[in-house]
Design a protein around this ligand. Sequence first.
Ligand SMILES: Cc1cc2nc3c(=O)[nH]c(=O)nc-3n(C[C@H](O)[C@H](O)[C@H](O)COP(=O)(O)OP(=O)(O)OC[C@H]3O[C@@H](n4cnc5c(N)ncnc54)[C@H](O)[C@@H]3O)c2cc1C
Length: 410
Amino acid sequence: MPEKTDFDVVVVGAGPAGSTATKWLKDRRPDTRVLLVDKAARIPRDKPCGGFVGPEVLEVFPYLKGKEREFLESESFEGILHSPDLRYQVGGRTKMLGLLRSTFDGYLTKVAQKAGAQLKTGHRVKDIKIESQKATVYFEGRKKVTTRAVVGAEGVVSVVARRTGLHQGWQSNQVCKCVVKEFPVDPEFIKKHLAPNRAVHLYLGFQGTPGYAWFFPKTRHINAGLGCFANHQVRLMDYFRLFIKLLKGWTMLPDSARAEGVSAGLCPTVGPLDTTQSNRVLLIGDAAGFVSPATGAGILPGMISGRLAADTLVEALEHNRFDTEFLTRYQRRWEKHIGRFSSELMVQRIFLTPFCNLFIRIGQQDATIRRLVTRAQSHTAGGSYAQGVSIPRLLGRVAWDLLKGAFGRL
Ligand SMILES: Cc1cc2nc3c(=O)[nH]c(=O)nc-3n(C[C@H](O)[C@H](O)[C@H](O)COP(=O)(O)OP(=O)(O)OC[C@H]3O[C@@H](n4cnc5c(N)ncnc54)[C@H](O)[C@@H]3O)c2cc1C
């Protein structure tokens, strides 16, 4: 007989990953006692983010389909990549959904609560202890609960990962530091200058920084930001001011827009951890590194990892097996359905090379490359990694164009 515990599963962090794991687990095994905890004083809470996600989110999570009015702000139909020297562009038709994170995340948490989970806000987890028959989760202020399993979903800084020895934290060359601002903008401005496509723009290697700047127009907001590897001594705010000035000059932001009042955040950029589970513990979302190294998109892969963790926990609860060996099923699942982002890592490397200008220049003239790149933009925002875009094909096409350029007609 398992020892009596307060809960069957405690999920730490009510972001997209944690709320999705909770909802999925309650749907598949309704009598499971699930506690979802967050340090935020209340939900909805905000999270520094661009707020763009691929439309696949509605297919992968069917309970979101038909509910778009609850969490969706806009749709975009074009994606454009700009070369670091700002001289070349490659882009085309694609589809992406624009959200405000407070609204979207708040909706996901509401759905998890409706499925029957208990939510505790204002509870910061500071430690966990794993024993043979149970785990204990300790909160700030001496409170604690016992549980059979713990899901670490606290985002980029994970106490659960650290305390279990799964991860001691990201090195500065493994994360991007970012600044971002969600500008409230008169919808008429957006209609006049940016509709109907509301093109999403990525400015690679903006002003020589190892990273990129982005421009995501929505319906009542425009989200602009930039990020670069945290081990580079870059004054992000100076670059952000310059970016805002340029956007105003290109009539992409109203003159009244001010660069001050940004939020800052970190984004893991090296793919998932080698190991994402240990006795009674699973890590999901940013805590496990499920973010595209090419674009920084982590909402959908984080949600998918939550679903896969829930599937594994259903089996663990049925067999009363919470040992590392059994929970390795989770890792096998995500390796199959999400993967290790090897294509995205390759794209990241291309973006960071001095050949990036050349790559975009070639792409600008080649319809096949344009199609592959726009598909890649939407896919990496969407998280269909396993069936993603063929990077070898993309590279092959670039090599082909280079050869054609070098040797004339082939
Ligand atoms: C500037 C920026 C822009 C981005 N833009 C995009 C984008 O456009 N599209 C996209 O797909 N991805 C984007 N991302 C990545 C995306 O934001 C993350 O991948 C996503 O939020 C991960 O979800 P999560 O549930 O794992 O963690 P989070 O969303 O970070 O949620 C973690 C939750 O855990 C709680 N928490 C943390 N510590 C504790 C604790 N000790 N105890 C209790 N609770 C705790 C937090 O309060 C939070 O609510 C961006 C990231 C950044 C930094």
